[in-house]
Design a protein around this ligand. Sequence first.
Ligand SMILES: N[C@@H](CCC(=O)N[C@@H](CS)C(=O)NCC(=O)O)C(=O)O
Length: 220
Amino acid sequence: MGKINLHANRFSQPARSVELFLKVNNIPYEFHPINVPKGDNRTESFLKINPTGTVPALVDDEFSLFESVAMIQYLAKKYSTPDHWYPKEIRARARINEYLAWHHFNTRTNGATGYFIALFIKPRYLKIEVSDEEVQEAKEKFEKMLDAFESYYLKGTEFISSNTMSIADIMALNELTQLVAIGIEPGKDRPKIADWYERCKQALQPHFDDVHTDIFSLRK
Ligand SMILES: N[C@@H](CCC(=O)N[C@@H](CS)C(=O)NCC(=O)O)C(=O)O
C-alpha cells in the first residue's frame, strides 16, 4: 500500500482534521505544504488534484479527493480504523452523519469561521475595516451555534451524539480551535463544551499539539 499524500496547511481547520485523523490512526502519509496566501492552491498542478482550489486535498495513488469529511470517511474504510471513529451500526452512524451534515453551515461557515473572519481574517490579515455591528452579528451567530451544539449534540453524551469519540468530534474540535488560537474560549460559561473540548484534546495528544503549532503562533 502506497503512502497517502496530503496537500494542506496547518492554518486550515479541515486540513488539520484530516491530518489528526491520519496521525491518531498511525496511517503513513506524506505532507505537501500548500501556501494559500502565496497562491499554491491556484496552480495548474494543484487544480488538477482539487478543481475547487481548497485545502486539504488527498491523493492515494491515482485517486484524488477533496472535502475533508469525504477524505476521513475514505481513510476510515480503507484502513479499517477502530469502529468508534465512524461506527458501522446504522443508527450510531446516522447520528454522526447528522452532525457532519450540520457542521459545514453551522459550526463552520455561520459559526466559528464566520466569527474568525470578523475578528481576525478581515482586520488583521486582509487589513479590511470591520464595524462593531459586523463583529457583534458574527458573535451572536457563533453563540447561537454553541447553544445548539451544547443542547443537542452534547445532550447526555461525552462526545458528539455518542459516548465514544468519532470523526464528528475531530471536525468540530478543529473549527473551535481556530478561535481558541485568537483568544476566544468556546467553553467559557459553557462547562459541557469546556469538558468536551478538553476530553477530545487529551484523547488526541500528542498529535493535537503537533498540528496546532502554526495556528497557535497567532497568539504571539
Ligand atoms: N468543505 C471544505 C472546505 C475547504 C476550505 O474551505 N478550505 C479553505 C481553508 S480552511 C481554503 O482552502 N481556502 C482557500 C480558497 O478558498 O481559496 C473541506 O472540508 O475540505
